[in-house]
Design a protein around this ligand. Structure first.
Ligand code: OAD
Ligand code: ZN
Length: 240
């Protein structure tokens, strides 16, 4: 692959590298993507945009938990793959390495990545609906043990960014700062449809970074990238 050797060459002189991952990076761990066809994105007849919405938290928090426990059950026995593992080496390799993920499955952390900017939250965290206190949930316990906030007694909800909600502002701002000053920005396994996450790639590019995409399919981002590596993340990332 000509592009692959060019990307390797590019990285020889790169000090600051950002990676944005999406559901595709976990596909080889057995986690279905959102827009990959099949019925994984529909639950009890509801499309995931509906059941994963801020409106549903208000209307039926129990149903929201049921859906997230269904997903936690799917994720419970999934292990990090070769791409997740390779990124743990990248954090030692570059002067500044920033791993930004849209995934809520926690697999980057399980692989051993230290600092992860989780733009969409984490499925194994719960958040108080009133005071925003964060609680860890044991990934192996499904369904989760319902509980109340120990600070204020209010209900807990999944700590996942839902449709109609803002991204965690501090995490996003940090991702913006890192994106603006990196030399190379990788877009890995994302359909590049969901803003503002994918806007980080635009920021990086306009600030002068080279953009590299890793995806077995074309996306709206492909023609905007400097290099496109067509294939599975688990094959390509370790080669890089
Ligand atoms: P999508 O399901 O939209 O896209 C998955 C992408 O991964 C597609 O472009 C596939 O071609 C690609 N892909 C599939 N297998 C792959 C592999 N083995 N290696 C590399 N790429 C592969 O998932 P996202 O782009 O992550 O938000 O979706 C973005 C957001 O949409 C999600 O974070 C989620 C959803 O709304 C929240 O849950 C808040
Ligand atoms: Zn509380």
């Amino acid at each position: 692959m000509e592009n692959l050797s060019q990307v390797k060459e590019l990285l020889k002189n790169s000090k600051r590298v950002c990676v944005l991952t999406g559901a595709g990076v976990s596909a080889e761990s057995g986690i279905p993507t959102f827009r990959g066809g099949g019925d994984s994105a529909v639950w009890k007849g509801m499309p995931f945009e509906k059941i994963s919405s801020a409106e549903m938290v208000e209307k039926d928090l129990d149903a929201v938990w049921e859906w997230f426990d269904h997903r936690r059950a799917l994720y419970k026995d999934c292990l990090p793959n070769a791409a997740h593992r390779a990124f743990t080496l990248w954090q030692e390799r570059f002067e500044e390495f920033t791993l930004i993920t849209q995934n809520v499955d926690g697999l980057h952390e399980r692989a051993g990545s230290r600092e992860i900017l989780e733009l969409h939250g984490n499925i194994n965290h719960a958040k108080c609906v009133d005071c925003s206190g964060i609680y860890r949930i044991d990934p192996q316990i499904v369904p989760h043990q319902p509980s109340e906030c120990s600070e204020c007694g209010s209900k807990l909800r999944p700590d996942v960014v839902l449709f109609g909600e803002m991204l965690p502002i501090e995490t996003f701002q940090k991702a913006e700062r890192r994106s603006k000053r990196c030399d190379v920005f990788f877009v890995v396994g994302t359909s590049a449809l969901v803003y503002p996450a994918i806007g980080l790639a635009d920021l990086a590019k306009y600030a002068g970074a080279k953009l590299v995409e890793v995806n077995p399919e074309e996306t709206p981002m492909t023609s905007f990238c400097d290099f496109s590596l067509c294939g599975n993340a688990g094959d390509i990332i370790p080669l890089i």
